[in-house]
Design a protein around this ligand. Structure first.
Ligand SMILES: Cc1cc2nc3c(=O)[nH]c(=O)nc-3n(C[C@H](O)[C@H](O)[C@H](O)COP(=O)(O)OP(=O)(O)OC[C@H]3O[C@@H](n4cnc5c(N)ncnc54)[C@H](O)[C@@H]3O)c2cc1C
Length: 238
């Protein structure tokens, strides 16, 4: 697998503990398929330590890649990444992973938690046009954890076949949200919100799940029990 040095070129906190980061790769750069991840080497750890991070942006520029990182308090890689300054370099290898979108005209349903949005963002950003129906259910705890609303909103407006909902498990009041935007914010876990839209599971629909291991496993079992076939269910567990 290819080893690469990448330089941090931009870092923006998009939620209290989540950073959207851009890295620059010199020379020929590297290519990836949307949905894949990189393997980060954490230096100076007592034992050699590797952590996986999904590529979060378009694959159109071989010299730039994006990551969406949740800083887990006390996490070894999280603290290392949090300390990075613009111009610092990191060692990565990759790309790796088989999570990717099928090139079919089928409806796509994305169910993600937290930074599990990263590979879906890459899939969406790497397309010129969104021609098939796509709906995103993004599980987070509360409004303060939500991010990238403007981006999703503008994607929806340029692609009527795309819809999205933040599924907020610990938010009951939405009084701070303007009435015309309330449709994008739902109270409850992903499965509850998905149920509330009264889904009709069609045999050809495809489901893409990514994020927290336990949530993804329970969603996977739920979808199987609702008749989604195994070969239309794609998942990446963090
Ligand atoms: C294929 C793949 C892709 C991934 N992509 C991303 C990505 O795009 N963005 C991203 O932020 N992470 C991603 N992860 C998770 C990432 O690899 C690390 O596991 C995460 O950053 C924590 O590593 P750490 O070294 O900071 O914490 P560790 O030192 O490994 O853990 C510290 C403590 O935090 C707990 N912990 C670990 N992760 C979490 C969590 N998410 N929430 C709460 N507690 C936790 C651990 O149980 C432990 O007690 C991905 C994982 C996989 C398998």
């Amino acid at each position: 697998m290819k080893q690469t040095k990448a330089f941090l070129s931009s870092k923006k906190l998009v939620a209290p503990d989540v950073a959207h980061m851009f890295f620059y790769v010199e020379g020929e750069g590297f290519e990836f398929n949307p949905g894949q991840y990189v393997i980060l080497t954490v230096p100076n750890s007592p034992t050699p330590l590797k952590r996986l991070y999904s590529l979060a942006g378009t694959n159109s520029n071989k010299n730039v890649f994006e990551l969406l990182i949740k800083f887990v308090p006390g996490g070894v890689a999280s603290e290392y990444i949090r300390s990075l300054k613009i111009g610092d370099n990191i060692d990565i290898s990759g790309p790796a992973g088989l999570f990717s979108e099928q090139k079919t005209p089928s409806n796509k349903v994305y169910m993600v938690t937290g930074t599990g949005f990263a590979p879906i963002r890459s899939i969406l950003a790497s397309k010129d046009h969104l021609t098939t129906n796509r709906s995103l259910f993004w599980g987070l705890k509360n409004l303060s954890e939500t991010y990238m609303f403007e981006e999703l909103f503008s994607l929806k407006h340029s692609n009527p076949s795309f819809t999205f909902s933040y599924c907020l498990s610990q938010q009951d009041s939405f009084s701070s949200i303007p009435a015309d935007l309330l449709q994008y914010y739902r109270s409850g876990h992903i499965d509850t919100v998905w149920d509330s839209v009264k889904p009709i599971v069609k045999p050809e629909d495809e489901y893409y799940l990514c994020g927290s291991r336990t949530v993804i496993e329970s969603l996977r079992l739920l979808l199987l029990s609702r008749g989604v076939s195994k070969d239309r269910l794609f998942f990446e567990k963090y």
